[in-house]
Design a protein around this ligand. Structure first.
Ligand code: XMP
Length: 334
């Protein structure tokens, strides 16, 4: 009989045996459920010999970086380094106006560069530690569906894998430096990862958190990503999620966010005509994220969110609700 408590004990024992008395492990975290649960499990198994790195790409949600840092270090005790690379990402995104794949590629490769530079520093420091040996493993929060997906989609649609926050590391790190993968969640489905998270004492809000894409708000700001556009999208998103939580709907929705459309419309505010941007709200229900239905809010709720966004977010004069299921839409906008 399989229980989560037994899974935890077994997996911790397996990690300890694999890593050895002095081995060290490196991993990237995003603040999402999978990487946090994987990190907490590593911490339980080998303590500070697990090193987590959070790369701030300047496209995370409002106050998210600080919150993730606080939860991971203060609540969960994880040995975490936060790298603020937001300028590098935001400067590099300038000028990418009409090419979602170029955005994703830039963000993905910049992430790897930043992560690798940090990993080298951590490895250098690890070499001088009397208590511990070299870094031998790289932690990845791969779930069972990802394993299946990468088996069945090898070949023609490689781009499926650009989906992952923390995709593979470059050859030069994995093979070049001989890092081996460690994937403690590879036999679990999402609901089991959540159960495992609860078992490990991860706070409810984090365990139930909606997924968030690696490129973050950059793929929810349609068209060119600038600091100003990110700031607008963040504020609108924050209001939407805050109202969803206040209405007690968060756990019924699989994923919700506000996106910023790259067009302007006319509105009247006070006694002035304005020409400002349009926010698009999206909320879906799904079990596997391969297909999804839109969430049916009541009108009062949507009107309340719309009023707040138009009143509270400078530069926005209209709010729309996205009625497109997946397929034909994707969950994200880009
Ligand atoms: P789509 O937009 O393809 O999204 O319907 C399906 C699920 O995948 C997430 N997603 C990503 N996750 N990095 C990620 O870690 C990405 O680049 C990425 N793109 C999409 C999306 O948020 C949804 O949950």
């Amino acid at each position: 009989d399989w229980t989560m408590a037994r899974f935890v004990d077994k997996e911790i024992a397996r990690i300890r045996a694999l890593v050895g008395e002095k081995g060290q492990v490196l991993g990237a975290v995003s603040g999402g459920v999978d990487s946090t649960v994987a990190a907490k499990l590593m911490h339980e198994a080998i303590g500070d010999r697990f090193h987590a790195v959070l790369v701030d790409n300047g496209c995370m949600r409002l106050n998210e970086c600080e919150q993730v840092k606080k939860t991971l270090t203060e609540n969960l005790g994880i040995n975490l380094t936060v790298v603020d690379a937001s300028d590098l990402f935001l400067d590099g995104l300038k000028g990418i106006t009409d090419n979602p794949e170029a955005k994703r590629k830039f963000i993905g490769s910049t992430f790897i560069d930043v992560f690798e530079a940090e990993a080298l520093k951590i490895e250098e420091a690890a070499k001088n530690s009397p208590k511990a040996g070299p870094i031998k493993f790289f932690l990845q929060g791969t779930l069972y569906p990802d394993v299946i997906e990468s088996i069945s989609f090898k070949g023609p649609s490689q781009t499926i894998k650009t989906h992952h926050n923390v995709g593979g590391l470059p050859e030069r790190m994995m093979n070049g430096q001989g890092l081996k993968l460690i994937e403690p969640l590879r036999e679990l489905f999402k609901d089991e990862v959540r159960e495992l998270g609860r078992q490990l004492g991860i706070p409810h809000d984090l365990v139930m958190r909606h997924p968030f894409p690696g490129p973050g708000i950059a793929i929810r700001v349609l068209g060119e990503v600038t600091r100003e556009q990110v700031a607008i999208a963040r504020k609108a998103d924050h209001i939407f999620i805050e109202e969803i939580r206040a209405a007690g709907l968060y756990d019924q929705i699989s994923q919700a966010f506000a996106a910023l459309l790259p067009v302007k419309a006319v509105g009247v505010m006070g006694d002035k005509r304005v020409h400002q941007q349009v926010v698009s709200l999206r909320a879906v229900q799904t079990t596997d994220f391969m297909t999804a239905n839109i969430f049916r809010f009541d009108w009062e709720f949507l009107e309340r969110v719309s009023t707040r966004i138009v009143n509270e977010v400078d530069g926005v004069c209209r709010v729309e609700y996205d009625l497109t299921s997946k397929p034909p839409g994707t969950i994200e906008m880009e």
